[in-house]
Design a protein around this ligand. Structure first.
Ligand code: ADP
Ligand code: ADP
Length: 221
C-alpha cells in the first residue's frame, strides 16, 4: 500500500540529515507503530509521507502511484492521505458535524451528510453531531478528529499522537481506543506513539527511529 525507498530528508537550517535512507513497506490494512526517543525524526517522517516536507532523495509510492521521486512530487491534498496531527485540531467554532463535513467539500450535500453520520457511527459518537468541540472530553475530541480524517476514505491514515495534553492514564485508554477503531475499519495506518508496550500489543509491526535511522524494533520483556 505504501513504499518508501532510500528516503532522506534534511531541514534547511540543519547541519545533518534528519531522516537517513528510510526504507519502509506496508501492506494494505497493516498498522505500523513508530516509536523512539524525542527528536529522532518520527514526526518528520510522517510529514514527509504526507507531502508537507519534500525529501532530499529517494522514492515514495502510495498504492501503485509514485508520489515522490524521478521529478514527481504529488501535493499533499492530492495524495489521498488522512492525517491526525496536533496541528490539525478540530475547529472550535464549528459543530462536530461541520468539522467532519469540512473535509468532504467535493461531495453533494446529501452524500456529505450521509458520510458524516456514517463516520460518527464508526467512532461511536453519533449523538454528538450538534455539539461543539469544547463540549466534549479530550478522548471524544480525538475520536471526532479521527472521524474527520477517515471521512474522505483516505488510502492511508497517519497519526502523530495528538492531544498530548491528555493525562497519562487517559492517553493510554484513548490510544487503545484509536487503535481499536482503526482495526475495525481495516484502514492502513501509521501511528507515532510514545508507549512501546502499547505499540507492541496493538500494531502489526513496530519500527523505531533513532537519530533519523529506522530499524525494526524488538522489545523483549
Ligand atoms: P520526533 O518526532 O521523533 O520527536 P522530529 O521529527 O520532531 O522528532 O524532529 C527530528 C529532528 O528534526 C530534531 O532534531 C528536531 O529538532 C529537528 N526539527 C524538527 N522540526 C524542525 C524544523 N522545522 N526545522 C529544523 N529542524 C527541525
Ligand atoms: P463493509 O464490510 O460493511 O463493506 P468495510 O469493512 O469495508 O464495510 O468498512 C466499514 C466502514 O469503514 C465503512 O462504513 C467505511 O465507511 C469505512 N471505511 C472502510 N475503508 C475505509 C477507508 N479506507 N477510509 C475510511 N473509512 C473506511
Amino acid at each position: 500500500m505504501i513504499k518508501l525507498s532510500n528516503v532522506s530528508y534534511q531541514y534547511d537550517n540543519s547541519k545533518t540529515e534528519t531522516l537517513k535512507d528510510i526504507n519502509l513497506e506496508l501492506e494494505r490494512g497493516e498498522v505500523l507503530a513508530i516509536v523512539g526517543p524525542s527528536g529522532g525524526g518520527k514526526s518528520t517522517l510522517l510529514r514527509v509521507i504526507a507531502g508537507l516536507e519534500k525529501p532530499k532523495a529517494g522514492e515514495m509510492f502510495l498504492g501503485s502511484e509514485c508520489i515522490y521521486g524521478n521529478g514527481v512530487f504529488v501535493k499533499p491534498e492530492d495524495r489521498g492521505i488522512g492525517m491526525l496531527f496536533q496541528d490539525y485540531a478540530l475547529f472550535p467554532h464549528m459543530t462536530v458535524a461541520k468539522n467532519i463535513e469540512y473535509g468532504l467539500i467535493g461531495m453533494k450535500s446529501r452524500e456529505r451528510k450521509k458520510r458524516m453520520k456514517e463516520v460518527l457511527e464508526l467512532v461511536n459518537l453519533a449523538e454528538y453531531e450538534r455539539r461543539y468541540p469544547h463540549e466534549l472530553s479530550g478522548g471524544q475530541q480525538q475520536r471526532i478528529a479521527l472521524a474527520r480524517a477517515i471521512a474522505p476514505m483516505p488510502k492511508i491514515l497517519l497519526l502523530d499522537e495528538p492531544f498530548s495534553n491528555l493525562d497519562t492514564f487517559l492517553l493510554q485508554s484513548v490510544r487503545e481506543e484509536l487503535f481499536g477503531i482503526i482495526r475495525a475499519i481495516g484502514i492502513t495506518a501509521i501511528m507515532v506513539t510514545h508507549n512501546p508496550e502499547d505499540a507492541k500489543t496493538q500494531a502489526d509491526r513496530v519500527i523505531q527511529i533513532i537519530d533519523g535511522i529506522a530499524s525494526e524494533s524488538r522489545y523483549e520483556q
